[in-house]
Design a protein around this ligand. Sequence first.
Ligand SMILES: Cc1ncc(COP(=O)(O)O)c(C=O)c1O
Length: 340
Amino acid sequence: MIPAIEKLPRVSLGFYPTPITNASHLSSRLEGPALYIKREDLSGLALGGNKCRKLEFILAEAQRQGATAVISTASSQSNFCLQLAAAGRKLGMKPAFALIKGVHVETQGNLLLQNILGSDIEILEVADMNLLKGNFINDKWDQMSAHLRATGHRPFVMRHNIPDISALLGGRGLIKTKNELDKQCKSLGIEPTYVMLANGGGGTQAGLELGSRYLKTKWKVVGVCVLNSKAVAQQTVAEQVNATSDFLGLGVSVTPDEIEVYDEYIGEGYGIPTEEGIEAIRTVARTEAIFLDPVYTSKAMSGLMDLVQRGRFKPDDTVVFVHTGGVAATFAYSQEVATK
Ligand SMILES: Cc1ncc(COP(=O)(O)O)c(C=O)c1O
C-alpha cells in the first residue's frame, strides 16, 4: 500500500482488481517465457481499458471543483476520450471533445459509442498529435469552455500538458495497478521478471515504473512505443515518474536512460496498424481467445513476440503483458484487420 495514494479523493468507476490470466498456449506457441496477461481491458467502464484507473482520481478532482461537463482532446478513435465520456455520464457530467483527425472518422468503433453517449464531438481538420501540447489546443479548449459556460455548465478540462495536475493525478492511478499485480502474482505463485505494455503518452508506463521502484519489485517494466520515438518516450516517462514522485513525496528519481522502451514496432505511424500487429491480434485470439486492439496492444504484442525471437526474454523469464484495452476501435479498423 502507498499511504499517500490511499488518502486521495477518488470516485469508483471500474471493477477492480482486474483479472490476470495464464497465457500458456501463447507461451507454447512462441516457445518463449511464461506469459501472463493482466486484463485491464476488463476494467468495466465503457468496454474497459487502462484509463479508468486514472479517471477515478481525475474525476474526483473534477467533482470537487463542481464540474458539470468534461472537455478533452485526443485522436478521433481515442479510447481515453471514450472512457472519459462514459465516466462523465456516470457522474452526471456532459462530455465534449475536440478530436484530431485520425485514420478513422466514421461513426464506428469509439466514435459510435461516443455517439450513443451523446458526446459533443468536433473533428479537427488537422492530423498532428503534437498539437495536443500547444497553444492551438489551449485556444480550442477556451472556446469550448466558453460555449459550455454560456449554456450553464461548469466545464473541467482534462489537459495533456506535462507536468500538469491531470498528469500527476493520472500517474497515481497506475501505481495502484502495481500493488494489485504483486498481490495477484503472489497468489498465483509466480515471480514476474518483466511487465510489458504499450507506451502512448507514457503515463501508464510511468505509473508502473514509479510503483516498481518505490516498492522495490524484482520485475522490470518494458514499453513498446506506438507514438513517440525511443528518446522522446524515455524522456516523457522519466519526467512523469519524477513529477509524480515529487507530488506524492515518494523520493523516487529516474533518468531517461533507465527507461526501457522500443520504438521499432510503430510502423508507418500512430494509429496505422502494422502487418505484425494484425498477426499478433490473430495469434492471441486463436491461442488465448483474447482480442487485442489495432492501435496499442497489437503493436506491443508484436514487440513482445519479436523480443522473444531476439532473445531479450529467455524461456526462464516470466512476462506479464498488460492488456490496456482499446478493443472498441477494432470495429472502425475492420478493413485493415479482417482476413481478406
Ligand atoms: C488501449 C490503450 N493502450 C495503451 C495506451 C497508452 O497509454 P499511455 O498514454 O499511458 O502510454 C492507451 C492510451 O490512450 C490506450 O488507449
